[in-house]
Design a protein around this ligand. Structure first.
Ligand SMILES: Nc1ncnc2c1ncn2[C@@H]1O[C@H](COP(=O)(O)OP(=O)(O)OP(=O)(O)O)[C@@H](O)[C@H]1O
Length: 364
């Protein structure tokens, strides 16, 4: 989360009133992002006036921790009068500005109506040491615990970056890697739909990874996206902060088109969705970072894309069926303008994504 937004600008018209250099953004795309930014500013101003000033324990009973991120922790609590179970995300004031809190709170609130996005209750709380907000609790952990890693890892290492080998508590004899085929397709469909919903509101999610996908049931039938601290209006100018990860789109790794940075586009999320689907199907990352000069697995992928020859197919892609090749080829187009929108997933849901797919419905 909460990146302070002061350092972020937005691509905009040139001083002479023309559209100027929008860093590749069309005027319509720019308008969408500006409208989203204005709507969020309004919502933040209203929410700021209605924050509940109280200590969390006065209102809610703590049950147990649900998770910890870099910026905040999430607790399962119950409402003291009603007993309703709720998830409470707490962001310490020491490391979170009021503006950054309001931003994450309002983005979550504006998006939480979608079935595959964690629902928000519209209750923001200011305590002495923390800002907090309430969301629906999703009690089966995050997707990382459901992805069976390939023993020995893959090119870019195991998803989640834990030591190799089956995880404690999961069936060690199961040959399955990644997610079971039906569960992978269900996840893909729900996440693509959630991202479409975000993009249609002029926003870019920017943080797609299994840790931000919460699982609603033991068979991973329903999932929900959470954590909107990195979400920004389309066209926000951003630079890569820190080293790239497998989910980072290649255009963010290149020198930006404008001095202030790259105007962000939904194509960033399409790339991350492609990488996540690869992980769901194989149990490992396709590469460490999308830099041909630094990552031989990414370089092999580019060579295969350019030639289209089966003999150039990189070994990590070996188990994928033709439909998955085509789908991932569209989402992982290195050229953002040619990359397909996340909605392209829907066209491939009826076809096998892995060679020798097991029986449908075989969940983890
Ligand atoms: N509504 C919820 N229900 C259940 N668990 C949740 C919920 N929201 C978050 N969690 C758990 O808490 C963890 C941390 O939450 P979150 O990702 O929002 O924190 P963060 O500090 O913003 O994280 P990051 O370091 O990824 O930016 C999640 O990975 C998840 O396991």
């Amino acid at each position: 989360m909460p990146g302070e937004r002061a350092a972020e600008g937005q691509a905009g018209p040139a001083e002479d009133g023309t559209c100027g250099d929008l860093g590749g953004l069309t005027p319509e795309e720019l308008r969408q992002g500006q409208e989203a930014a204005l709507a969020l500013e309004d919502m933040m101003a209203l929410s700021s006036q209605t924050l509940v000033r109280a200590e969390v324990d006065e209102l809610y009973q703590q049950v147990r921790p649900l998770g910890q991120g870099r910026y905040g922790r999430v607790l399962l609590v119950t409402h003291r009068q009603k007993g309703t179970p709720l998830a409470l995300k707490q962001l310490p004031k020491a490391s979170t500005s009021r503006r950054a809190f309001l931003y994450e709170f309002c983005v979550g609130l504006s998006l939480g109506t979608h079935a595959a996005i964690v629902g928000a209750y519209g209750v923001g709380i200011e305590s002495a040491a923390c800002y907090s907000f309430l969301t629906e609790p999703v009690l089966h952990g995050d997707l990382i615990a459901f992805i069976q890693p390939k023993v020995g890892g893959g090119p870019g290492g195991r998803v989640g970056g834990e030591p190799a080998g089956p995880r404690p508590g999961r069936c060690p004899a199961r040959p399955q890697v990644g997610l079971a085929p039906a569960a992978a397709r269900r996840c893909a469909a729900q996440l693509a739909s959630a991202l479409e919903h975000i993009h249609a509101r002029g926003l870019v999610y920017r943080d797609l990874k299994p840790e931000n996908v919460l699982v609603c049931d033991p068979r991973c039938r329903r999932v929900k996206l959470t954590d909107f601290g990195h979400t920004r209006p389309r066209g926000t100018l951003l630079r890569l902060a820190g080293p790239p990860i497998p989910y980072t789109a290649p255009e963010l790794c290149q020198p930006p088109p404008l001095p202030e940075g790259l105007p962000i586009q939904p194509a960033l999320d399409a790339w991350a969705l492609g990488v996540l689907l690869f992980c769901l199907l194989t149990g490992y990352f396709p590469w460490d970072q999308p830099l041909a000069e630094a990552d031989p697995f990414y370089e092999d992928f580019l060579v295969w894309r350019a030639s289209g020859q089966p003999s150039d197919r990189p070994q990590p892609w070996a188990g994928l069926a033709p439909a998955a090749d085509t789908l991932l080829g569209q989402l992982l187009d290195p050229e953002p303008r040619k990359r397909s929108a996340v909605s392209c997933v829907q066209a491939y849901l009826g076809q096998p994504w892995r060679q020798q797919e097991g029986p449908e419905g075989a969940g983890p």
